[in-house]
Write a protein that binds this ligand. Structure first.
Ligand SMILES: [Zn+2]
Length: 293
């Protein structure tokens, strides 16, 4: 089932890089559209980016649109901008800030400055840090409107492609992490569960609400912290592959040993050890490759 295709990835990256260079001086809308659809050709590519301690997931949708879920910490902003530019991205159709912690939104101000953004989604939460306020100011400066992220919000549903928010399920939490937007992304027979930093309280709510949690790929909650990935939740997701996004030698000891123990028997990728982790699917099979930048 699983294939590591470094050669294929390098070829793909080269093709994307060439496409990006070839048109860097042109801004014609027709060319942009053609270029965007060329990149994916009916395939979905999900990139778990190595942003150090934080999360950033870039999704090239099969219809040629782009989604970015989080943008890593502030110091990763330029790297994320460059990664997207290299992939030929001109416009981000869906930008999701899972929750206001710096390791998820710190790089987002740079993203908003450099790309056209269509829709922005953020959970409704009051949080006062400079980095969060800077992001809100940046969003306002670009004239963008914030769409509330909460359970039941359908981002996309067309032609076998679906992106639905299944958390947060409550209006108020003590722990900011539980405000995390959780996205179930499905294309054909394949599914991804992007959990942000949702902890066991949010996991219990998703289970109680009866959402179909089953997914091939689980973005492990909260960088592999013991406070997420409760056994009942993991049993419901039943992933074939799991991805932990965390920084090498981070201050929090992520991923925690208890989480690694729970994930035994599931193929695990880690951005701190593997670099960028990239899944590609035609809606039937999944291929994964990793690359250190
Ligand atoms: Zn985090």
């Amino acid at each position: 089932m699983i294939k590591r295709l470094p050669g294929a990835l390098i070829l793909l990256v080269l093709l994307l890089a060439t496409a990006g260079c070839g048109s860097s001086s042109s801004t014609g809308p027709l060319l942009n559209t053609a270029q965007t659809s060329e990149n994916t050709q009916g395939r979905m590519i999900v990139h778990f980016l190595d942003v150090g301690q934080g999360d950033s997931i870039f999704v090239q949708l099969p219809n040629g649109h782009n989604m970015l879920v989080d943008a890593g910490p502030r110091e990763a902003g330029t790297d994320v901008v460059n990664y997207l530019k290299k992939a030929g991205v001109k416009k981000i159709d869906y930008l999701v800030a899972t929750h206001p912690h710096e390791d998820h939104i710190g790089g987002m101000t740079a993203i908003i400055r450099r790309f056209d953004i269509d829709r922005v989604y953020m959970p409704r939460v009051t949080y006062t840090t400079k980095v969060y306020e800077d992001l809100l100011k940046g969003i306002q400066a670009e004239g963008l409107k914030i769409n509330a992220a909460s359970d039941g919000v359908e981002i996309i549903n067309s032609g076998g492609l679906r992106a639905e928010m299944i958390a947060p399920n409550s209006a108020a939490y003590e722990e900011i992490n539980n405000y995390s937007t959780v996205i179930k992304l499905s294309f054909g027979k394949t599914g991804f569960l992007l959990t942000g930093d949702a902890e066991s309280q949010s996991e219990r709510e998703m289970l109680a609400d009866g959402y179909s949690l089953e997914a091939d790929v689980l973005k492990v909650g909260h960088h592999g912290s013991y406070s997420s990935t409760s056994p009942a939740f993991l049993n419901a997701v039943r992933p074939k592959y799991s991805v932990i996004s965390c920084g090498a030698g981070n201050d929090y000891g992520f991923p925690h040993a208890a989480t690694l123990q729970k994930l035994r028997g599931i193929q695990l990728f880690r951005t701190d050890l593997d670099g960028d982790v990239v899944f590609e699917t035609d809606g039937e099979g999944l291929q994964v490759s990793t690359e250190r930048r």
